[in-house]
Design a protein around this ligand. Structure first.
Ligand SMILES: [Zn+2]
Length: 217
């Protein structure tokens, strides 16, 4: 037994989810990672009811156990994988989990969508709406989404009817509706023409939560 575990505290704790699901996690790991849970475990309890998406919490509990994200995150490629990653991010934000976890999840989301050359307009709309819902305004995740909509290679979708307008609408939404549609449309056309470097390839730390002192894990 680890020296930091008090005799009154259980080693593992049952996490109850709103849909009736259950996850077991080690007390020392979850309290170290989440100040929210730490506060809820004063005084110590055997069981906690957490209002976080279970699917996302399972990603977090796996990361707490092994220190890495599971294969379904790191090799994500389907909409179901992306959905799971978004839920993991959501759970991490609610529980105020350290930036190491959130930055890793964001990296997996970027890997999952960045190479969008096989996606249709409808796929891109689905992804953009999921990311708009997941990331808070002006967060690194939302900055990535905007950059991706403007600069991303959407080889297949761009041949579909209505591509320019559909993407301009998404850029507008991802910018909080502050720019007119025509401006959003021009933004993509002119930026692609200039052959700008892709920010998520050059330096992802621009999107990360960790500070300059902490550096990337
Ligand atoms: Zn970083």
């Amino acid at each position: 037994m680890g020296g930091g575990v008090q005799w009154k505290q259980p080693l593992a704790i049952r996490i109850l989810h709103p849909n009736g699901g259950l996850t077991m996690v080690f007390v020392h790991a979850i309290t170290k990672a989440s100040p929210v849970v730490r506060g809820m475990l004063e005084p110590p309890k055997q069981e906690l009811r957490l209002n976080v998406p279970q699917e996302g919490f399972e990603v977090l509990s796996e990361w707490l156990l092994r220190g890495v994200l599971d294969k379904r995150c790191t090799q994500a490629g389907t909409m179901a994988d992306l959905h799971r990653l978004c839920k993991a991010y959501e759970a991490g934000v609610i529980l105020e989990v350290e930036s190491g976890f959130l930055d890793k999840v964001l990296d997996c989301i970027i890997d999952c969508v960045a190479e969008a050359d096989h996606l249709t307009i409808s796929d891109i709309q689905h992804i953009a709406h999921a990311l708009i819902k997941t990331f808070e305004e002006e967060s690194g995740g939302q900055q990535f989404l905007r950059a991706w909509l403007i600069l991303g290679n959407m080889e297949r979708a761009k041949h579909e009817v209505g591509f320019g307008k559909a993407i301009a609408r998404l850029i507008q939404r991802a910018s909080g509706d502050i720019f007119p549609l025509s401006y959003c449309r021009r933004l993509r056309e002119t930026s692609r023409d200039r052959n700008e470097e892709l920010s998520w390839v050059v330096d992802r730390c621009d999107y990360h939560l960790h500070g300059p002192e902490e550096g990337c894990e």
